[in-house]
Design a protein around this ligand. Structure first.
Ligand code: M6R
Length: 608
């Protein structure tokens, strides 16, 4: 969580930092601050709330003079979102300022040690120990102080440090939190994410765990943990600037929903060559795939639900057992995983702490790891044995949409690829299935076009206090994601239930006018789900059915209908979710919610 940014050069730093922080605001948005070096002093401005408040405080950066600075946007972990707890934090002697993204796990012990040594703490944060350690270890050489400080820290950090005694330098360090250096001409940058850099430079250096760097206006030197300089590649940032902006849409979420046909196409098209699926960025050979006896998919939140949807396609086509596990549970479950397990890790950001930990645990037990990730150069992509990128472009809204559908699409490709390699699919079934996967971008577009009127349903649903989503099999998988979408952005309680399971207790909650969204896109189980619809209808529920255009059977049972184009059941999730994303969006809008930045959330969950 949290976003950090830094600039050193000859331009005024504050406006550049504020611009970068606006791009990083999705990472956390409860308070923000900047520190600017000016005339051997550090000018710190910080404020509770959004970057807009910081812009107001600094007159858009115009009242902060200086060409070297660091900035931070916070998602509170240690201490409430207050001005005092906001970063940057200043050392007692006023010589050092620090911004930090991550968690210092041993901060209590360090804090006690520093207090005993006479250091005075202003905030409740874990971060403040870092700036006091730097002051303690500083003997005229900031590099040495950063090395000594980093060696004392347990946990995760991406740090930016400035020092009045060495005003022509910024030091940065990384351990398990994203950090990217932007290479300019006569000026350089750092940030948590390329979105903050792309307006200024397209040349980036991706820092790895344990590395730190000295940044001056004309040079960037990266060091290993012992302080030895290391060579780093400069990568080209390919994301365009527009893709990180709203492009005329009121919210990033709506823009990202609308981008899904393009995002899914960009993800699947380069991997389909004629009748072959080519995953040449992996070493998943036929021999290896035949050797595995199970696949475990792990992830958090929507990425986990994408795994739930993908499981049906993999099991059906490959006949390999698939377990989908929450990363936060898997990591502590002493999992039964060995070299015959393929671990598939799903993550949009590639930085989710629990997912990283689960992945490391399974790797240690011998599993080969395949990451399906959106952010190039992210931690998960770096750790994985194989990575398949989802080419969705930057996803800024906290609620994922194109992240989810592109993950699902890659799982479909993987399922078909594996089935072909291990010989578990007939040629005809393979070519029909491939045709369906190729048609997904078009079907997603049709699902968007068929639901332009969905805002009207939102007027009916926005005032309710609880909504149930029900479905069976693939419909159930989609209902999990649909319920999460609604609750995270509209703050309406929503619960997903396997339709056949309701009568085992939860049906007690169905009462007059309780909205029940019934997902009915699985033709084989249609009659079964219809029986469940009848059960809840008999108890007074209002039914919104999601089904195919020509499915007239449901009409007499439903109060409202939402349609999607029919898609082969095992590949339907990427299409079926579309109207439900739109419904959540419009309900949240009716409720006046901050759609792109829902309360209490952050885009990238880098804490356990
Ligand atoms: O970046 P990741 O895909 O690893 O994030 C996992 C979850 O935090 C994420 O999917 C979350 O549930 C979404 N914001 C929900 O829309």
């Amino acid at each position: 969580m949290c976003g950090i940014v830094g600039f050193i050069g000859s331009q005024q730093a504050a406006p550049i930092l504020l611009d970068g922080l606006k791009k990083l605001e999705y990472r956390g948005y409860d308070s923000a601050g900047i520190a600017i070096l000016n005339d051997s002093k550090i000018d710190i401005r910080k404020v509770t709330g959004r970057i807009a408040n910081l812009c107001e405080l600094t007159d858009d950066g115009k009242n902060c003079n200086g060409t070297v600075g660091i900035g931070h946007t916070r998602w509170a972990t240690h201490g409430a979102p207050t001005d005092t707890n906001a970063h940057p934090h200043l050392s007692n002697d006023g010589k050092f300022a620090v911004v930090h993204n991550g968690i210092i796990e041993n901060y209590i012990a360090l804090r006690e040690e520093l207090i005993q040594k006479g250091y005075d703490f202003q905030s409740e944060t874990d971060t403040e120990v870092i700036v006091h350690l730097i002051e303690m270890y500083y003997k005229g050489d900031l590099k040495k102080a950063v090395i000594k400080t980093s060696a004392r820290l347990h946990g995760s950090y991406a740090l930016g440090v400035v020092c009045t005694d060495e005003p022509e330098k910024i030091y940065v360090a990384r351990e398990a939190s994203p950090l990217i250096l932007g290479v300019g001409v006569g000026e350089n940058y750092f940030a948590s994410d390329v979105t903050a850099l792309v307006s200024y430079t397209r040349n980036a250096i991706y820092m790895e765990d344990g590395e730190f760097a000295e940044i001056t206006p004309d040079s960037i030197t990266v060091f290993d943990p012992a302080g030895k300089p290391i060579e780093k590649n400069i990568s080209r940032i390919t994301w365009d600037i527009q893709s990180a902006e709203k492009g005329g849409y009121e919210h990033f979420m709506l823009k990202e929903i609308m981008e899904q046909p393009r995002a899914v196409k960009a993800t699947i098209a380069p991997r389909i060559k004629g009748d072959d699926i080519v995953l040449d960025d992996t070493d998943l050979t036929a021999e290896y795939l035949k050797s595995i006896n199970k696949i475990v998919i792990t992830a958090c939140g929507s990425a986990y639900y994408a795994g739930c949807a993908g499981k049906y396609a993999i099991e059906k086509l490959c006949r390999i057992p698939v377990q989908v596990e929450l990363a936060s549970e898997l990591r502590y479950s002493d999992p039964l995983i060995d070299e015959h397990t393929l671990l598939i890790v799903l993550s949009q950001s590639g930085e989710t702490a629990d997912t990283i930990a689960a992945m490391k645990e399974c790797k240690n037990r011998g599993a080969k790891t395949l990451a399906i990730v959106n952010v190039v150069g992210s931690t998960i992509a770096n750790i994985a044995d194989n990575t398949l990128y989802t080419w969705a472009g930057p996803e800024i809204a906290v609620a994922t949409t194109k992240g989810y559908t592109t993950q699902v699409a890659v799982l479909y490709l993987f399922a078909l690829y594996t089935a072909k390699k291990i010989g578990s699919i007939e040629d005809k079934e393979y070519s029909d299935a491939l045709k369906t996967v190729k048609s997904l971008p078009k079907k997603i577009q049709e699902a968007i076009d068929m639901n332009t009127g969905i805002a009207n349903f939102a007027k009916k649903y926005h005032g309710v206090d609880s909504v149930f989503f029900i479905g069976r099999n693939t419909d159930y998988a989609v209902s999990l994601e649909a319920a999460l979408k609604l609750k995270e952005i509209s703050y309406i309680h929503a619960e997903s239930y396997a339709a056949g399971e309701l009568k085992h207790g939860t049906i007690a909650l169905i009462e007059e006018h309780r909205p029940v969204v019934a997902l009915c896109c699985n033709r084989a189980l249609m009659e079964k789900t219809m029986s469940n619809i009848v059960e809840v209808k008999a108890r007074g529920a209002d039914i919104l059915a999601v089904t195919f255009k020509d499915n007239q059977k449901i009409v007499p049972l439903a109060d409202d209908m939402v349609f999607v184009p029919e898609t082969d059941t095992i590949f339907t999730a990427a299409v079926e979710i579309i109207p439900l994303q739109l419904l959540s969006y419009y309900v949240a809008k009716e409720n006046g919610c901050d759609i792109d930045k829902p309360k209490n959330l952050a885009k990238s969950v880098t804490v356990e």
